[in-house]
Design a protein around this ligand. Sequence first.
Ligand SMILES: [Zn+2]
Length: 144
Amino acid sequence: MSRAVCVRCGGERAGFDQICPSCGQRPEGEGLLVAWLLSSENLDNEELSRVQERVRTGESIRPSARMIDRARRQLGSHFATDAGMDVRQRVLLLTTSLLLTPLVGWVLFFWWRQDRPRASLQALALSLPATVLFTVLVPYLSLR
Ligand SMILES: [Zn+2]
C-alpha cells in the first residue's frame, strides 16, 4: 500500500499527489516534488514514520537541491509538475497555426510529449481545430 506524509501537518494521505485529509494541503508544483520525496515511492515505512515524527514536532522539511532534482527526474512526465504554456506562447502558437500552418502545433505536441505533457496537450488542443479548419475550409474555398 502506498503511503505519503503531509509536509505541513504530518498527516497521512493515500498518495503523494492527493489532498491531505487532516489539513487540506494540496501539493502543487515544487511542493509535489517534496510530497513525492515524503512518500513510499521514495522512502521505506520506517523512514516515513521518522519523517512523520519530525514534521509533527514542528521541524520543517527542506530537501536538498539534489533530492529535489531526483524527484523532478522521477516525476518528469507527471502531468501536474508541468506548468504548461503561458498565454503569450499559446496566442503565438494559435496565430502561427491559423496564419501559416497547424503543423507547428503538431511538432510541439510530439516534441513535448515526454517532458512536458501539459504543454504538449495544449499544443494539440490549439492545432487540432486549426488543422480541421485548414483541411475542410481551404479545399472548400478553393473549389468555389
Ligand atoms: Zn496535512
